[in-house]
Design a protein. Sequence first.
Length: 290
Amino acid sequence: MSLTTPTLDAGVAPVTRATALQRATRYEWRHLTALRSTWILLSVIAALSLLAGLTASIGLEPGTAPSSWSMVTAFQMDAISMQLPLSALLLLPLATGPVATEFSRGTARTTWLTLASRRTAFTAKLLVGGGLGALSALGGTVLVALSATVSLAVSGTAQPDWAQTLPGLLGYTIFMTCWPVIAASVVALVRNRVAAALLLVLWPLLGERIAGLLLRLVPGLETLAGWLPFGAGRAAMAVGADTLPEADRALVQALVGSDLSTGTGTAVFICFTIAIAALGAWSYIKKDAR
């Protein structure tokens, strides 16, 4: 199969798929960064990250360092208790926008004709969304760490073992990279921004809990309850929970809703993301725009 797209001008060198993808990705990135809403939401994440770091010393005795779990929780914007990181909820409009706007405004066909490949268009949206999620996670973490370091130093409190927080940061970054990919793919499947947003919020909060309860009622399927995707994602982020007192550890485990290890949870969530992205690509590529 040829890896080039013919051009109308025979004197112009053909555009390879890699070049087309690069151009589409650059366009999606410029479009996203040109939106005022992008900077507003990122500013909110930055402000909350700074606040989380500044409050790290509250309630600690002088010379006592905060636990690695408390810092991981600050990095992840309380992902376990909220069932989703607050940063993921804030990024939801940006994650769903590139696909939803095309269908709501009827511009999808124009995009497809311009790029001559629906696959290229959708891939570029996923790459830019995933990149934005990763950058927001890493940027927010840097702000938490910097503000926490200053706050702890000023209050005379010992610094935590930052190295122990790195696995939690990795799980959080992977989750935030996958989240926009999932969001865009769900929009491509349901073709409705409001329905997609409700599904992405309610399924991790309630849907998986109900599904888990139902699975546990069916003989032979009860083990599947721990393999549901967002429970697996929370398991990937629950690094350091084993250092908590027994009562707190039991509470965290109940909130996670999965018995998977960190590594297995990460693998399950990544596989789920790939599967949803494939379905979203099929819907975006094969179906006519509405």
